[in-house]
Design a protein around this ligand. Structure first.
Ligand SMILES: [Zn+2]
Length: 280
């Protein structure tokens, strides 16, 4: 980058063993990336197929370790976001024979463990949500229960809850659920958002059209790739260089204010992180 602008990817996964790991971080830095929010991979991608909540601790420990490694390579730093992928509910029901209620209960216990790491300062935020694919009513209800529980934890801990949900430009109902539990909807972040979203704060995927929409809108937003670091799906979602590339593009297009909003102001207002002071 031709200036000292922080460049944050708000949602990336890194895999220490199976894939590119730190090479992906180096690619990000090479193009001007400075800060990362690293979300734990879905537990089944890290070999955890258990119904014992304690077994999920290894997923969180792995993520915390790789964040420490990434921080050593970044001009800024990385932070972990820990939680439960909403798709777990279907795996627990279809593969492990859980009822929707049992699955929801397990997912809440795993969120309790993620919350311990937030409370101790080892993680920045929680991750929850609901399936982005069609499920029956019982599974939908159970998923909403889990997400509401995550909001209550976020309110207790005063931390952000990142969401994985269906594609939508209006999640005001979800924002109301957060609000009712004492969590400011600004502190609910919808990962994989398009350029406009009513309710939670959008974390916009780096599609140029969506970024342009968000930049014109002048509301708080973040930028992300959802880089998956999966050697079996090399073309899946976006590569680690994409956020810094799109920041350059926004600069060329004259969206300087939007860059400040997505990489400095929104990170500070939403997560309480100072991307400028933690740089260099
Ligand atoms: Zn993701």
């Amino acid at each position: 980058m031709d200036d000292d602008t922080p460049v944050l990817d708000n949602h990336m996964h890194l895999d220490p063993d199976a894939a590119r790991g730190m090479d992906a971080v180096d690619d990000f830095v090479q193009l001007g990336g400075t800060h990362l929010l690293v979300v734990n991979k879905p537990s089944w991608h890290l070999g955890v197929e258990s119904t014992d909540p304690e077994d999920f601790r290894s997923v969180f420990e792995t993520t915390i370790d790789i964040v420490a490694d990434a921080t050593k390579r970044l001009p800024g730093r990385a932070w972990p976001i820990l939680g439960v992928h909403p798709g777990l509910i279907s795996r627990l029901i279809d593969d492990r024979g859980c009822s929707p209620d049992d699955a929801a209960d397990l997912m809440q216990r795993v969120l309790d463990i993620a919350a311990e790491y937030v409370e101790s300062g080892d993680a920045l935020a929680l991750k929850s949500g609901r399936p982005h694919y069609e499920v029956d009513d019982a599974v939908w209800e159970a998923s909403n229960t889990v997400m509401k529980y995550a909001f209550a934890l976020g309110a207790d801990l005063d931390c952000v809850v990142q969401l994985h949900t269906e594609a939508s430009e209006d999640l005001t109902e979800i924002a109301d659920w957060a609000d009712a539990r004492g969590l400011d909807p600004l502190h609910v972040v919808k990962h994989y958002a398009s350029g406009r979203l009513a309710g939670p704060t959008p974390s916009v995927m780096c599609n140029k059209e969506w970024l342009e929409t968000a930049a014109e809108h002048e509301a708080p937003f973040l930028m992300e790739t959802d880089y998956v670091d999966d050697p079996d799906r090399p073309g899946a979602v976006m590569g680690p260089k994409t956020v810094p590339r799109r920041v350059r593009w926004l600069r060329e297009e004259g969206y300087d204010d939007a860059i400040e909003i997505a990489h400095v102001e929104t990170p500070k207002r939403v997560y309480g992180i100072d991307t400028r002071r933690t740089l260099g």
